[in-house]
Design a protein around this ligand. Structure first.
Ligand code: C2E
Ligand code: MG
Ligand code: MG
Ligand code: MG
Length: 277
């Protein structure tokens, strides 16, 4: 009997693995066709100046809707795209689409607001990233101070390549945001070595900033660190007024989160937040 049990347990486990594999395969197959099928879309989330409530920038966040799979979160497909290599094409699409949208808004007579684009670490260490950015800015006649590159702390590396790319961006006047700050490693040496403009305090510290003393202290320390080094800070994932109060008390200037707005499709972003020139 124990042998039977063992066997059925094994079968059950095996089936689940097969299901997982199948799901992964379907995700991969569909993702490979998503670009040509036009299934990706950019949403935009405002980044707000707490001193005057003005929108200082917006972050472009990719969305994928597939007929078979429905909406797939970037947390799921971006890591997979990094493993399969499709991330190069996706990041390229995002850069061009963000610049295209900016041009559309400028032509429609809106005051341009800088767009922050997330770039994956893999993409970041290739020389192609600089060429892609140059091509996108040139194609849509976008001035380089309207483009911001967000790179996560965890994706950066201590190598010549990362340093080269960051310096090239800097030389063009493109701002660099260090994303998810505090969750990676070697953060302090990045701040010493690289021309970072802005630190984005990771959502995980902001979430409990009024309930957890340690999160409060870490958040305060990051804000002070940035101020001492002459860097800007954006608090990520701000959801309530208490968090805003905390940040203001610490003289943090910028915040982003559901408290202000969720990521929005371009027409809603335009309607709610863009101002005529
Ligand atoms: P991220 O760059 O740190 O983006 C912030 C994430 O937090 C977004 O999730 C955003 O929707 C979410 N968020 C914003 N405010 C709040 C809030 O108040 N509460 C909570 N709970 N969440 C909030 P999203 O859009 O699902 O993206 C997840 C991650 O996927 C991003 O983290 C980024 O690392 C990656 N990603 C998104 N779009 C792109 C892209 O175009 N290219 C690349 N390479 N990565 C992307
Ligand atoms: Mg980001
Ligand atoms: Mg982040
Ligand atoms: Mg993140």
């Amino acid at each position: 009997a124990s042998k039977e049990q063992g066997k059925s347990h094994y079968n059950f486990y095996d089936n689940r693995q097969d299901d997982a594999k199948e799901a992964q395969l379907s995700l991969k197959t569909n993702m490979n066709r998503a670009l040509e099928r036009g299934e990706f879309q950019l949403y935009y989330q405002p980044q707000v100046n707490l001193l005057n409530q003005k929108v200082m920038g917006m972050e472009a966040l990719i969305r994928w809707h597939n007929k078979e799979l429905g909406n797939v979160r970037p947390d799921i497909f971006i890591p997979l795209a990094e493993r399969t290599g499709l991330i190069f094409k996706i990041d390229e699409w995002v850069l061009f689409e963000a610049c295209r949208q900016l041009r559309e808004w400028i032509d429609a007579g809106y005051q341009p607001v800088p767009i922050a684009v997330n770039v994956s670490g893999k993409q970041f260490r290739s020389q192609r990233i600089i060429e892609t950015i140059d091509d996108a800015l040139h194609k849509y006649r976008i001035s380089s101070d309207l483009l911001v590159i967000e790179i996560t702390e965890g994706a950066l590396m201590h190598d010549e390549k990362s340093e080269q790319v960051l310096n090239e961006l800097k030389r063009r006047g493109i701002s660099i945001h260090l994303d998810d700050f505090g969750t990676g490693y070697s953060s302090l040496s990045y701040l010493k070595r690289y021309p970072i403009d802005t630190i984005k305090i990771d959502r995980s510290f902001i979430q409990e900033v009024n309930a957890d003393e340690r999160d409060a202290k870490i958040t305060t320390a990051i804000i002070h660190l940035a101020q001492t080094l002459g860097l800007e800070v954006i608090a990520e994932g701000v959801e309530d007024a208490e968090q805003i109060r905390f940040l203001k008390q610490k003289n943090a200037v910028y915040a982003q989160g559901y408290y202000f707005e969720k990521p929005l499709p371009a027409p809603e972003m335009e309607h709610l937040y863009l101002v005529d020139e």
